[in-house]
Design a protein around this ligand. Sequence first.
Ligand SMILES: CCCCCCCCCCCCCCCCCCCCCCCCCCCC(=O)SCCNC(=O)CCNC(=O)[C@H](O)C(C)(C)COP(=O)(O)OP(=O)(O)OC[C@H]1O[C@@H](n2cnc3c(N)ncnc32)[C@H](O)[C@@H]1OP(=O)(O)O
Ligand SMILES: NC(=O)C1=CN([C@@H]2O[C@H](COP(=O)(O)OP(=O)(O)OC[C@H]3O[C@@H](n4cnc5c(N)ncnc54)[C@H](OP(=O)(O)O)[C@@H]3O)[C@@H](O)[C@H]2O)C=CC1
Length: 515
Amino acid sequence: MSTIAAFYGGKSILITGATGFLGKVLMEKLFRTSPDLKVIYILVRPKAGQTLQQRVVQILNSKLFEKAKEVCPNVHEKIRAVYADLNQNDLAISKGDMQELLSCTNIVFHCAATVRFNDHLRHAVQLNVTATQKLLLMASQMPKLEAFIHISTAFSNCNLKHIDEVIYPCPVEPKKIIDSMEWLDDAIIDEITPKLIGDQPNTYTYTKALGEMVVQQEGGNLNVAIVRPSIVGATWQEPFPGWVDNLNGPSGLIIATGKGFLRALRATPMAVADVIPVDIVVNLTLAVGWYTAVQRPKSTLIYHCTSGNLNPCYWGKMGFQVLATFEKIPFERAFRRPNADLTSNTFTTQYWNAVSHWAPAIIYDFYLRLTGRKPRMTKLMNRLLRTVSMLEYFINRSWEWSTCNTEMLMSKLSPEDQRVFNFDVRQLNWLEYIENYVLGIKKYLLKEDMAGIPEAKQHLKRLRNIHYLFNTALFLIAWRLLMARSQMARNVWFFIVSFCYKFLSYFRAPRTLKI
Ligand SMILES: CCCCCCCCCCCCCCCCCCCCCCCCCCCC(=O)SCCNC(=O)CCNC(=O)[C@H](O)C(C)(C)COP(=O)(O)OP(=O)(O)OC[C@H]1O[C@@H](n2cnc3c(N)ncnc32)[C@H](O)[C@@H]1OP(=O)(O)O
Ligand SMILES: NC(=O)C1=CN([C@@H]2O[C@H](COP(=O)(O)OP(=O)(O)OC[C@H]3O[C@@H](n4cnc5c(N)ncnc54)[C@H](OP(=O)(O)O)[C@@H]3O)[C@@H](O)[C@H]2O)C=CC1
């Protein structure tokens, strides 16, 4: 029997961000491995016209939870959705709910965050810093609390090249930032944001770093730990390979490439692609929860959940494998054939942007206009290239994360726990993982049917023929124009034609002789 699974039995667990990518996989694993847990409280807000209950039902009815429901048929009864909005001052939790949470919770997993790189600083601070502070305050009033696990990101200190499992201080105290956000107006915040974030690339990494400082400063008497995952990708093994449900990290760009919109990317092929499967992150997080509660380390331990130092994959290799997978498993109704170049040169990027992105988009929109339809490709291209520019920072650099605490934790696990809560990234086969990732995107994100693969392949063949035809026509037009203007071009043309004629005559002569 797994010690970690047994530890969560009978426990009341509070999860924030349970409707997110990581939160869902965390809940699923808890139900599957510890079906005898008492209750999982999740802090949820209504969204997109759905009530809390509708959101929970939708999550539990998804394919992700099929296995968990077999092991724990009464998941619906064990999940308790609590109305909360982490952007509100009092988190918008009712008094009754608050009392229940305070008196019953044993473990807190704080996953909620805004992961948008371009979020307004006020909003990012509210969610990634102030809400963390409030949850810690709540946690300090929980008499039965055994551990508080905060999910941060390995990129919270991405202004450094080598990152240890320690909290690095931010130049301005989080409390001062929280206070200032209350009285500064948006225009002033916009103006000071670049100065505040300094050499951090965006408000996300900056506020996640502030969030860690808050955990350090205000989690003093609590049993706290921080998990720092790098770029979280689709599931590796559990509950099944390739599950993914959002566009974050590489997923959005893989779709854009597979659909033929993205044809070039400013990326460094030899930079480490520090992707980590979401099930590895969840296994480590649950192991950290157990270790923190049982061993009660004297200081706040930080655990890096990264792949680069133990089993590195590079963006070039990842790109090749993604493209190779599209040969076998193409996406439906592609705009162009998937093919993309990674280039680290800014000038080449601009050239490819003009030739491979803007020109086809403009031509296609012209065609849509001609056929009486609304043009949309240039708008889409604009959005895509803006997204790419936001992600470029992370695909042109490599970082080194030390993983001493994570390795120490692995050594403390029994062989059974190492199997059930496997977070040993050295066992991951990247080629297989990437193939399953692409397949997962097709099935679970794009909701495309596997039966449509032959038609998708046919469509790509048609696109290839159109591509050849278009290029040949373009070449002939250009050549014709050149011939009309330049004597030299005409001379070259006559030379080529007479050379070809002689070449063909040479082969025809012996055949004629034989006859
Ligand atoms: C020699 C070698 C040769 C090799 C040859 C082979 C070459 C082949 C290349 C092809 C292979 C391609 C595959 C590999 C590509 C890998 C690239 C991966 C980059 C990953 C970097 C991630 C780094 C993360 C580091 C930090 C880790 C974290 O903790 S962060 C958590 C994750 N967060 C994110 O990923 C970002 C979240 N999103 C945002 O910040 C914002 O959405 C945005 C800034 C991206 C855009 O914001 P904006 O306000 O402009 O618009 P928004 O309304 O949000 O969205 C607009 C539309 O764009 C869609 N969208 C959103 N996110 C993404 C995304 N990540 N990718 C693509 N599209 C996205 C969104 O849904 C909107 O669409 P509509 O709804 O249709 O409007
Ligand atoms: N994805 C990644 O690549 C990485 C993620 N991380 C960290 O992992 C954690 C989880 O990320 P991930 O699951 O990918 O993110 P998602 O964006 O998928 O999920 C975010 C979660 O936070 C919730 N949330 C956001 N705002 C509020 C609010 N005002 N009130 C209540 N809940 C709110 C969301 O709820 P709702 O559904 O209502 O929007 C959702 O459940 C984050 O802390 C992130 O920083 C770290 C490294 C990489």
